[in-house]
Design a protein around this ligand. Structure first.
Ligand SMILES: [Fe+2]
Length: 156
């Protein structure tokens, strides 16, 4: 019953727009992190190569969860790279070798973008009383905050 009421709520469009923008960011970030996994160079290659794989595997799970969550809300998730590239805030990586320091700085920027977007989704979900979205996104906020702490520690 509650879900039917929300479908009628025109303000839900804002929340779905935010979720689709987040889905776009996650898709472009996935490609970027795997690109870095291939092209990173430096003394910590073995550790960083593994860590980046761990990151993109997690992002892949999040892509699926967010797309399916949009469907659960009765809306349509964006599914093409063309759509994602038009609306994402994530800047793609180039097809070239990159030093580990630059990788760390760039993904710190991107995890900050994802954290800010998650917080925005949380706030919008609470406003619309969409508590499924609100509780789902808590895990993302915690994870991005933790990743940012660890990445910043690695620079000291
Ligand atoms: Fe690999």
């Amino acid at each position: 019953m509650a879900i039917d009421l929300r479908k009628e709520n025109i303000k839900m469009e804002n929340l779905v727009k935010e979720l689709n923008e987040f889905l776009a960011d996650l898709n472009v970030f996935y490609r970027k992190v795997q690109n870095y996994h291939w092209n990173i160079t430096g003394k910590n290659f073995f550790v960083m190569h593994e860590k980046l794989e761990e990151y993109y595997d997690k992002i892949n799970e999040q892509i699926d969860e967010i797309a399916e969550h949009i469907l659960i809300l009765g809306k349509q998730p964006l599914g093409t790279m063309k759509d994602y590239l038009q609306i994402t805030k994530i800047v793609e990586a180039k097809n070239e070798k990159i030093k580990e320091e630059d990788v760390i700085n760039n993904i710190i920027t991107d995890y900050n973008t994802l954290l800010q977007k998650s917080i925005k989704i949380k706030e919008e979900a609470e406003k619309q009383k969409c508590y499924e979205t609100s509780s789902m996104i808590d895990e993302y906020i915690l994870e991005y905050g933790k990743n940012l702490w660890m990445l910043n520690q690695s620079k000291l």
